[in-house]
Write a protein that binds this ligand. Sequence first.
Ligand code: NAD
Ligand code: AKB
Length: 317
Amino acid sequence: MKTTKILIVGANGQLGTVMTEALQQRFGLANVISSDLVNKEQHQGAFETLDATNYDQLQQITVNHGITQIYHLAAILSASGENNPLYTWEVNMKALLNVLEVARKYNMDRVFYPSSIAVFGPAVNKEFTSQDSYLNPTTVYGISKAAGENWCQYYFKRYGLDVRSLRYPGVVGYQSMPGGGTTDYAVDIFHKAIASETYHCFLKPDTRLPMIFMEDAIEATLQLMSTPKSNIKIRTSYNLSGLSFSPLELSREIKKHIPDFKIVYEPDFRQNIAESWPRKINDKDARMDWGWMPSYSLESLTETMLSKLSQKLKPVS
Ligand code: NAD
Ligand code: AKB
């Protein structure tokens, strides 16, 4: 049996930072190679500088390290994507196709591709969006993720490549900062609350969105990737649910711990993006096929974010 050697593409990002550590713990430091556009020296173990839109670089790293699995996390997210639509399409699609091609050519065991709730648009039942809802995304990011999911299924059906994917909701974690998404407010708000600053929220108070705590997002990914192949019935991408809340509900929960916390609402272009997305996700297929069950509620997410961030951001005396 060959040793599992994992390449993480986009390892410096919000998810990559935490995913790298989780995979290193599970597979050993020597078997996980992190990569991104620049080396910020934030990871233990081997790091490779990689622009995933460059096939030759990706191939070289694959050969040099004998890579058997790729976790492809690099992307331009929803809000940043709207500032430069064609560049976003170019990065999101080219990088994915390079990953799929290199994985096919080198007969890799498995590939992980994160999709998003952004694949959904105005056509769905927003209150409980089911797996097979019609996809009519309104952002270039959502369009690229919907196309990406279909490419993953194509590589599975045509070449037998074992690509697995999750439609993550907005990820909330204390370990890293989010990068250019519409759900970023749900992390930023905690940083302001702890700094005793007013939070200027770019969404309206009642904008409820699907979210997931970082620990749950990582657990779901590891669970999906270790499930026997025969249990994976969906080869586009699995709906995944954690919890749902609005800025008003989150701010009320924060105020239970920090009564003086203040939030003001100044919606911008991200409001339209948020309004095009589901408010709650139905993930019954993930629960049925590989036993998914989230652990965090709004109460436990808020408590954990506040206590972990307070420890992390405490001034050194
Ligand atoms: P992020 O923006 O924080 O990180 C993305 C990383 O990709 C960055 O470190 C960036 O430098 C890197 N990158 C960009 N272009 C690259 C390129 N050409 N080559 C190599 N690296 C490149 O994103 P994230 O929040 O960590 O998200 C990871 C993945 O999960 C993305 O595919 C995203 O669409 C998906 N996702 C994230 C969320 C969320 O809430 N964080 C929700 C749904 C889906
Ligand atoms: C974003 O807001 O763009 C991401 C996502 C939900 O895909 N967090």
